[in-house]
Design a protein around this ligand. Structure first.
Ligand code: ZN
Length: 245
């Protein structure tokens, strides 16, 4: 159903990444689909979300309409759906913030000392726009310090499966450096985890404070994940959530 970040747990922070198992939705959303308006019944999505939150011991999360941009949404009070934003931030205890993914990279950030947390949705478009660096700078504007920020990068489509066009490769290399794109048999592959990790290090985060999932949403079997690329768009969504203690 989900795994909790070891790095965050060590610091007493609840941060978790769901997989596709243990829910009630049927194919092609089987079974723990947490995305609305994809064709799954809203009743199932709500049931899955409640089940996940109860199991994780978290309040219902704030979510937003994700648009592959760098807009920030400040969240407080009980969870609800917000307008366009790919960065959710809270400074309030027990307020859960979340992003949905099915191949894009979910990133959870926290500065425990100053009590600021963020959830970031980073696909290749967001990565080109350095969405995670925007999130860190927004957190620092609220009192956080780069040296104290913990970052957990969750499961996404990994470099084994994320084939990209020459144009996307060019945009990523231009923005994030040449070594985030690799070439195998004349085909190009992007590494979203590495891209965003390099961006976090460039912001001044400590290497020991960054954790990277090794799972690939497209090819990992157990637990399995929803993958937009593998399932040709007909699939559900994972949810990644964080809450300040
Ligand atoms: Zn893979």
């Amino acid at each position: 159903m989900f795994y909790a970040s070891d790095l965050m747990a060590k610091h007493g922070i609840k941060a978790l990444f769901s997989d596709r198992e243990g829910g009630c939705s049927v194919s092609p959303f089987d079974s723990l689909n947490l995305g609305s308006d994809l064709g799954d019944s809203e009743e199932n999505v709500i049931k899955n979300l409640n089940h996940l939150c109860v199991s994780a011991g978290l309040n219902l999360p704030h979510q937003s309409k994700q648009v592959h941009g760098i807009q920030v949404c400040r969240c407080q009070g009980s969870g609800k759906l917000h307008q366009d934003a790919d960065i959710l931030i809270t400074t309030q205890r027990h307020t859960t913030i979340a992003v949905r993914t099915a191949d894009c990279l979910p990133i959870l950030l926290v500065d425990k000392k100053t009590q600021v947390a963020a959830a970031v949705h980073a696909g290749w478009r967001g990565s080109v726009q350095r969405v995670v660096q925007v999130a860190v700078s927004e957190m620092c504007g609220l009192g956080a310090n780069e040296e104290n920020i913990l970052a957990s990068l969750g499961p996404c489509i990994a470099a084994c499966c994320f084939e990209i066009s020459a144009d996307v490769g060019h945009q990523l290399s231009q923005s994030c450096g040449k070594n985030v794109v690799s070439k195998r048999r004349e085909r190009l592959f992007a590494d979203l985890g590495k891209t965003n990790m390099l961006q976090l290090l460039a912001c001044g985060l400590q290497p020991n404070n960054i954790e990277l999932s090794l799972a690939c949403t497209a090819c990992q079997v157990s637990p399995s994940y929803f993958s937009y690329r593998r399932d040709h768009g007909e699939t559900g969504r994972q949810l990644s959530m964080i809450s300040l203690p």
